[in-house]
Write a protein that binds this ligand. Sequence first.
Ligand code: GH3
Ligand code: MG
Ligand code: MG
Ligand code: MG
Length: 445
Amino acid sequence: LAKGLFTPTDPERPLRVLITDSSRLARRIVSRALTDEIPAAQLEITSVGSGREALQALDSSAFDLITCSLMLPDMYGLELCRRVRSDDTHRFTPFIVITAEPYERIMKAGYSAGVTDYYDKTRGFEDFMRFIRGFATKHAALVGKVLYIEDDGVEATRTIGMMRRHGLEVVHTRTAEEALRILNESFELVVADFYLLGDMSGGDFLHTVRCGLRDSREKLPVLVVTGDQSADMQAEIFHAGGNDFVSKPVMEEVLISRIRSLLQMSRQFRQLSQQSNQLRRLATTDSLTGVYNRRHLLQRVDSLVNDPDQHPLWVAVIDLDHFKNINDRHGHGIGDNVLRELGRLLSVEFGSDDLVARFGGEEFVAVIPAHTREQVEARLDQLRQDIERLRPAGFTVTASLGVAGTGEQPRTSFGDLFRNADQAMYEAKNGGRNRMVFAADTPAS
Ligand code: GH3
Ligand code: MG
Ligand code: MG
Ligand code: MG
């Protein structure tokens, strides 16, 4: 017997659970664990003390989950499970045995009786809650949007029914061409027939998705449906980029199990890549101002300086004038706000071709590739004026800028450029501040 799956998941219908245990206290513990996890309106618990009562309840209604103690007053728990499995209604309903017995001893008998899982009650209440929670997620309704390609109408109707019954949103097409036209980010999974009408087979579809669109197996899993189960066909499916296959006629338990694990895999993948993007952003950004931090600039800058296509390349040191006064007069918090607003301005004025970072304190460094001297002069003078007009936190703030460039002949390093730009910035300070100075040996163009 296959491992159990929650049966029809109609969001309108509550989850029906049958708890079977001769001990009233044990039943209460199980029902508490469930009511803590599932909202009352979505849960319907039937609680009985014997195997006979359980069979009666199972006769009169369909349950989504059955729990049972190993010892019942009138029968052995595994015997109840065996009887439950003989009836079609509960053939795949999760049946959990709650026991104090080491499960190794009953595992073999339990499996042939059709037990889905065991819970060792000596592990305590907290642990049981975790178990139920894990179980509920594993067996919860499937959520997700599936693109389904199948040219056979009868097969399609059956399979769509199965997927929708388990909660999936299904969009069906008859050809791979049509599927490629409507494929977009909102689909989490493709279920594709291998032999299709039209010019493209399932294999061509897979090839297009993997090689043309560059959607990896992790990002967009494809489950192939095939009538041909030969070893050659299986090899072809994986070679073309399929994640897995199910054979025709499709069996509901098999289809849903495969879909569940593929969806889980791709969600974990998406989550991980989101997290790693977030981490990368955190690690490269200055948290106060939102521009890059010094470390990131130093990591990236050499590849720009060493690339002749980026020349002439310019380094500007931008230092706020008399910033200490703002801190001294209005407090560090106001000073922070000034830096924050300045960071926003810099993020707007420098685009993805440039590199701008907070180098320390109230000093910023911008790397500006592929500009003539006239272009960079115009841009940076505009920036100087924009800073003057910004009035961050309500104060007029100005900056002094020092600029150094590579010229057309790049025999230089970022270190040299920075030293020259920094020196020019000090000349700007000495010259009266709120101005821009080019380093002495800056090429004319
Ligand atoms: P100059 O025109 O010569 O550059 O004068 P200045 O006052 O801007 O330069 P100075 O180097 O004397 O002072 C820089 C000040 O920047 C001192 C320090 O308290 C302040 N500062 C550095 N980092 C931060 C920060 O993160 N937040 C705040 N509020 N102030 C900071
Ligand atoms: Mg077909
Ligand atoms: Mg300063
Ligand atoms: Mg400074």
